[in-house]
Ligand binder design. Structure first.
Ligand SMILES: [Zn+2]
Length: 105
């Protein structure tokens, strides 16, 4: 499932529940404390209404989500489409190669 299915992803805060708004606030607070370098222009707070995930994304479709208390990049493998934080994308060779490449720069 892609985070960018337009039927299930919204940036309309009136569609967020209170729990999701608090997650959005947490993301924005983490963003301010330590602005990540993987997010740039066209930054929005998004809700995936299917999964309940709240995340930051930019116009290049980079995604940041809370991993515990830390705002981290949420990856999707360009080869197989698997999604996860860097530490989670270790199931297949294509994902490991993608993450190794990402961590290199
Ligand atoms: Zn993969």
């Amino acid at each position: 499932m892609s985070a960018y299915n337009s039927d299930i992803v919204t940036s309309d805060l009136s569609r967020f529940g209170y729990r999701e708004l608090k997650m959005a606030a947490e993301l924005l607070a983490a963003y301010c404390d330590n602005p990540p370098n993987f997010l740039s222009d066209g930054l929005t707070v998004m809700l995936n209404m299917h999964s309940g995930y709240v995340f930051l994304s930019d116009e290049d479709f980079n995604v940041g989500m809370m991993n515990g208390k830390t705002l981290e990049q949420y990856h999707s493998c360009p080869e197989c489409g698997s999604e996860g934080f860097a530490e989670e994308l270790n199931e297949s060779d294509c994902c490991r190669a993608y993450i190794a490449d990402f961590l290199k720069d």
